[in-house]
Design a protein around this ligand. Sequence first.
Ligand SMILES: [Zn+2]
Ligand SMILES: [Zn+2]
Length: 368
Amino acid sequence: MSRDYYEILEIEKSASAAELKKAYRRLAVEHHPDRNQGSKEAEEKFKDLAEAYNVLSDPQKRQMYDRFGKEGLRGAGFSPGFSSVDDILSNFGNIFDDLFGFGFGGRRTRTRSGPRRGADLRYDLEISFNEAVLGAERELELAHSVRCETCNGSGMAPGTSRKACTRCDGTGQFMQSQGFFTIATSCPTCRGEGSLIETPCQDCSGSGRQEKQSTVAITIPAGVDDGTRMRLSGEGEAGDRGGPNGDLYVFLHVIPDERFVRNGQDLHLEVEIDFVQAVLGTTLEVPLIDGQREIDIQAGTQPGDTITLRGHGVPNLRGYGKGDLIVHPIVLIPKKISAEQDDLLRQYAELRDLEVRKKKKGIFGRRK
Ligand SMILES: [Zn+2]
Ligand SMILES: [Zn+2]
């Protein structure tokens, strides 16, 4: 899919969250697979709509998409698309609930009784300021459920098969007459599936899942910020009896740096200089995020002046272009000076014809 998300949803770039939801609902209903049975085109369109809505309904993703496009989302580890219609309905199905009630949401009901998608997981990861700016490889220790290897998620002991449910004669439903009406209800024994596992897998007691401690390796792209959320598709909880896995969401928390302050892609750094260095100029060693560098302080530097080191800021999430490092010299006025320094400054004041306070006896004499 290459079309613009706003184009797909037929909305303006400035559309509000409410307008966005309304547009998505209208188009998704139109292209809903239940209404367009067997149409591959409608299904594709339905997936495109869900992908666009998935991104634009999340303020953070929307902002990233507006600035960097789909590449930016990919760079941050988001995969906005959906693999199947069921996947979409389990995420956004509630949007249709009030529209179709039980009937149209039938697909969801089927999903509920058949293999279910695994739950999403959240993992909060603290990273250093440097890791956020430079990127990092990290390994997450994760306790989650995975597909049972013994039965490959089916829940059945190897070599066995399902047997027809005797309670509902394999139909999955009961027909009950109430007056003039015949009401169909799901069979509670087989949960409407019509068949049952005859011999449950011993290793997972028939759930198709096993609890496991595993290590998930993630690549944190250079340029992420505090609050960036990464989605690792399929790394969440295993689905119920062979259903698709949930996703793992990694929330990044960046520990502030003692030296650098970040503002978007620029970094700011304060360095202290003596007022004499501001007057006469000097060279200073300043830290960079990945090393250090000597900079020139011009003679006559004023409080509030800055020095910009181009390209020493935070990289763009798309992988090219960097912000700047902006150095703020803080001009210090000494609070205590020696008698000798005092004498020299008085000479200076005299040369500039400056009125200054008279010397107090005893104060500067201590050191000598
Ligand atoms: Zn098993
Ligand atoms: Zn049954």
